[in-house]
Design a binder for this molecule. Structure first.
Ligand code: DAT
Ligand code: MG
Length: 153
């Protein structure tokens, strides 16, 4: 729907590699609206809650260590038509070696353990992740872009 929101995060490798602006530009240029953004070094508790559905997987400990390296994660909420599904398509497959060229992962990375970006995979996970990373009141901003009528009708 029009006001659908998704949680997108640039992971520590994306930040270290200077890809923050490029990722933000793709969402901005597509016509999506940024309603929340912050840099934070997530706690182990936050990383574990974020990836709760993967806790039984053999790579879970490594995944949590990577996310809690001390390098910031850039946590964002993007809003707009079909943004959850479209965001996943823009990001590309989980394994960058299977991500189509031109997707974010397909353009910028080659390793599943260093795949630079996260995006919510469903409405339910978007709700959960936005609440987890932007739980405090006032962290998300409702606003109307001046170009809104030129992006959707
Ligand atoms: P996605 O990030 O595309 O939603 P996911 O939710 O299945 O993928 O997994 C979360 C992250 O865990 C993924 O971005 C990278 C890591 N991961 C997934 N599968 C992995 C594997 N087989 N080996 C190492 N890391 C993996
Ligand atoms: Mg996932």
């Amino acid at each position: 729907t029009f006001s659908e929101r998704t949680f997108i995060a640039i992971k520590p490798d994306g930040v270290q590699r200077g890809l923050v602006g490029k990722v933000i530009s793709r969402f901005e240029e597509r016509g999506y609206k940024l309603v929340g953004l912050k840099a934070l070094a997530p706690s182990k508790e936050l990383a574990e809650k974020h990836y709760d559905d993967l806790k039984a997987r053999p790579f879970f400990a490594g995944l949590v260590n990577y996310m809690t390296s001390g390098t910031p994660v850039i946590a964002m909420v993007w809003e707009g038509k079909d943004v959850i599904k479209q965001g996943r398509a823009m990001i590309g497959a989980t394994n960058p070696l299977e991500s189509a060229p031109g997707t974010i992962r397909g353009q910028y990375c080659i390793s599943v353990g260093r795949n630079i970006i996260h995006g919510s995979d469903s409405f339910e996970s978007a709700e959960k992740e936005i609440g987890l990373w932007f739980g405090k009141a006032g962290e998300l901003v409702e606003w109307t872009p001046a170009n809104v009528d030129w992006i959707q009708s």
